[in-house]
Design a protein around this ligand. Sequence first.
Ligand code: NDP
Ligand code: X2W
Length: 313
Amino acid sequence: MAYKVYVDGQEGTTGLRINEYLAARQDVEVLRIDPDKRKDPAERSRLLNAADVAFLCLPDAASREAAFMVNNSNTCLIDASTAHRTAAGWAFGLPELAADQRDKIRDSKRIANPGCHASAFILAARPLVDAGLLTPDSLVSATSITGYSGGGKSMIAEYESSGDPKLNSPRPYALGLAHKHLPEMMAHTGLKTAPVFMPIVGKFYKGLLVTLPLHLSTLRAGARAEDLHEALAARYAGERFIRVMPLRDADTLAEGAVDVQACNDTNRVDLFVFANDTQALVMARLDNLGKGASGAAVQSMNVHLGLDEGLGL
Ligand SMILES: NC(=O)C1=CN([C@@H]2O[C@H](COP(=O)(O)OP(=O)(O)OC[C@H]3O[C@@H](n4cnc5c(N)ncnc54)[C@H](OP(=O)(O)O)[C@@H]3O)[C@@H](O)[C@H]2O)C=CC1
Ligand SMILES: CC(=O)N[C@@H](CCC(=O)OP(=O)(O)O)C(=O)O
């Protein structure tokens, strides 16, 4: 028997991509809402409650509304929005976060999918905290270069239709230093202070690269770049979707720059450590619509249902 799956927000950027992932699967029956009724609360409620798994690909307020509509104990919600990522009762949908995270995702009917910048930041920083290279009191900063699809339908339209010349060059944003991913970055790394975080959106559709610049002298006494690399490699050994590149990856150094788009159309995360004797750059690259959103959501569904984690990805 096929699992019934409903995508609330099926016409949006994340919802469309989830539907692409599900289209080829025989073990899933996708429940579709009549396009005229896609914002009709009664019809959404009916489908949410009929689903074994419902993906919420909606703005935060509509996701909260959808969570209140579910009045049965069977439907598992996987929320792509920011609404529930640090909320009590919701499992964080990042299976690689910690040894017990898959159990949490399997056991919970409420799963919050991580934000795209946050996924990359957390996957880079958490093993460093767990290894004692950073401590909960460490003060860190990070940049994130991202494609414009991260801003959903409205940003895609702005980049593809407005012709505004200022969009031709990269744009640092979130200048109020209060980006919406900061709470989940702290909650799931254990860092007590928010990183100074500067995302930069560029004129390319998708692809994302988070960088943590680190002075080795601010890490655990005597820490070397090898220790950073070893902490990442040890944590992610055997993880099918995470690739820890060799320390000071020779191919990338030969290229002279990192290709932000090289994980596009995959559910993969690539981690890099570049360093000299006193400083390091720890980087995480992903597809913001793959492991940064829709791919991660499908991966969490697979884990929740006890299926092969990579099914359809
Ligand atoms: N794009 C990305 O890379 C990522 C996005 N996310 C998050 O995923 C969620 C969806 O984002 P994204 O797909 O990019 O956004 P989009 O703006 O592309 O799509 C959102 C969809 O939700 C629909 N919608 C809005 N309100 C309602 C409602 N009350 N009932 C039903 N449908 C509604 C919209 O309808 P309409 O078509 O009429 O506008 C639209 O189709 C957001 O919370 C976003 O923050 C998370 C990670 C990455
Ligand atoms: C380019 C761009 O604007 N990107 C979005 C993040 C997209 C994402 O991860 O989204 P949610 O947290 O909304 O789920 C931003 O920085 O706000």
